[in-house]
Design a protein around this ligand. Structure first.
Ligand code: KG4
Ligand code: ZN
Length: 334
């Protein structure tokens, strides 16, 4: 089964062809990061315009790389949400055009299910498993008892972890997106500052990062006012240690409670070196899988693969009423 994946939920225009939910024949990602960097964050209106400019090229290149023709596709999977609505609509409408023109069925995919299924490209899911989803917009623990079944155990009560990284980076004067920069600097520093570990011992599977973020930002501000030098590498390291301690502790709690066979870490922050190392050091009884870097950040291969498994489970397609939704629950139908 050849599945065309389309992803335009934020600032990456991406199209991919995968075979049987496993083999990635092409995965073209056109990133707009250099454009948004100037503004210190993604500007929705600019993102939409850039998707429009790039999407035809990205479709063409993905088909060329896969050495396949549109008529040979079996399914089109497109991110329907959540994300920036103006960006989502461009991917959804482009996917509909191909679907209509070549009579290929279409299916809408939740962006986070894509991030989770990125781990099934290079590894094989064994159930039950826990997915820790950590991205710019999400921080969630999800229990999967079988393919394409998602039970949300807990989530952030305020900021997503990637968002906290980006805000801390901004006050430190580091470029956007801050996550990878903070990560790189953290590796060069030591844990000099003691930051709080919010909700680390709470009885649930929820998270909270806004208090930690404010604590870090206030300390930076106070030190600057006192003309004390902020050691940026140590600052980043201390923040990263606090964040990853909480993420790992809550994942272990969920693992023990639900007696799962695997942990998969998903989303942009799964690229974080500190998180990767701490997860592997502290969880040794079951496998912990991280997607390789190219499948961590937004890409269409993960959407294509998730679409394949969604279809296997539900055995139904969407119709042309399929629409983009800026906000969408992981279990919400279309
Ligand atoms: O999943 P993603 O590409 O987009 C969303 O769906 O949100 O995640 C982007 C987020 C950004 O906040 C970015 O700063 C963060 O992932 N990120 C990282 C790292 N690489 C990307 N955060 C910490 N360490 C990293 N190495
Ligand atoms: Zn994402």
């Amino acid at each position: 089964m050849y599945v065309l994946g389309v992803e335009t939920s934020c600032d990456e225009t991406s199209v991919s062809v995968t075979k049987d939910g496993k083999e990635v024949l092409s995965n073209v990602v056109l990133s707009q990061i250099d454009i948004h960097k100037e503004y210190g964050g993604v500007v929705p209106e600019i993102a939409s315009r850039e998707h429009i400019k790039g999407i035809t090229y990205v479709f063409d290149q993905a088909m060329k790389d896969a050495k396949i023709e549109y008529k040979d596709l079996d399914l089109i999977a497109v991110t329907q949400g959540p994300g920036l609505i103006g960006s989502l609509l461009i991917g959804v409408n482009a996917a509909k055009v191909i679907s209509l023109n070549y009579h290929i069925p279409i299916i809408g995919v939740h962006h986070i299910t894509g991030h989770i299924y990125a781990s099934n490209i290079e590894h094989d899911f064994e159930f039950p498993l826990i997915a820790l989803v950590v991205s710019g917009g999400h921080t969630e623990l999800i229990l999967m008892k079988e393919h394409f079944s998602f039970e949300k155990l807990g989530e952030t009560q305020d900021d997503a972890v990637g968002e906290a990284y980006d805000k801390v980076a901004r006050v430190l004067g580091l470029p956007y997106p801050g996550g990878p920069v903070v990560d790189r600097l953290a590796k060069q520093g030591v844990e000099e500052y003691q930051f709080p570990r919010p909700m680390i011992d709470s009885d649930d599977f929820n998270f909270s990062f806004s208090g930690l973020k404010s604590h870090v930002i206030n300390l930076n501000h106070n030190m600057q006012q006192r003309n004390e030098e902020v050691h940026v590498e140590n600052f980043c390291r201390s923040f990263q240690e606090a964040v990853t301690d909480v993420l790992v502790a809550k994942t272990i709690k969920a693992k023990d409670h639900y007696q799962v066979k695997q942990i998969v870490v998903a989303g942009g922050v799964a690229a974080n070196s500190g998180l990767r190392q701490k997860m592997k050091e502290r969880i040794t009884d079951i496998p912990v899988y991280f997607p390789s870097m190219k499948y961590c950040t937004d890409n269409a291969a993960m959407i294509s693969v998730a679409g394949y498994y969604k279809y296997q489970k539900e055995q139904k397609y969407d119709d042309f009423m399929l629409n983009g939704s800026g906000r969408l629950d992981i279990n919400e139908g279309e």
